[in-house]
Design a protein around this ligand. Structure first.
Ligand code: ADP
Ligand code: MG
Length: 140
């Protein structure tokens, strides 16, 4: 299987509850390597730009406000099939529909405050990684 990189964001509901380490353990236990990571306070304009793809959705403004309500941890995960593997570790968007053992099942507070973001395709992973990281910040 191909070695891929994907972008992950530990969201404010999770950083506020000090869950960064428990979430990172899920990635590492599943064989994903954290090859870049930083804790950031997003600004409104950065969050709006990152989630531009959702700008016509009813939840867009609330989502942007939530993503700037506290620190986030942006990270790049690398491993075999990383994009799909990460989505399965995260679980479904709505925690009520997420499988046992997934990050969202264990930690999410709601469909909005669902603890984690992960790229949904290899193409989007490349765009999202370059949105937050320079090549020099990624060390495998
Ligand atoms: P995912 O994060 O699983 O890829 P989406 O890309 O569809 O899901 O949505 C992006 C984010 O927007 C979700 O992770 C969640 O924080 C928020 N969101 C999605 N759907 C809703 C909704 N119906 N109501 C409120 N927030 C939502
Ligand atoms: Mg998405």
């Amino acid at each position: 299987m191909p070695i891929e990189k994907t972008l992950s964001i530990i969201k404010p509901d999770a950083t506020k509850r000090n869950l960064t380490g428990l979430i990172n353990a899920k990635f590492e236990n599943a064989g994903l390597k954290i090859i870049g990571q930083k804790r950031l306070q997003l600004t409104k304009s950065i969050a709006e730009k990152f989630y531009e793809i959702h700008k016509d959705r009813s939840f867009y403004n609330d989502l942007v406000d939530f993503m700037i309500s506290g620190p986030v941890v942006v990270q790049v995960l690398e491993g075999e099939n990383a994009v799909k593997l990460n989505r399965s570790i995260m679980g479904a968007t709505n925690p009520d529909e997420a499988e046992q053992g997934t990050i969202r099942k264990e930690f999410a507070e709601s469909i909005e405050a669902n603890s984690i973001h992960g790229s949904d395709s290899l193409e989007n992973a490349k765009k999202e990684i370059s949105f937050f990281f320079a090549d020099i910040e990624l060390v495998a």
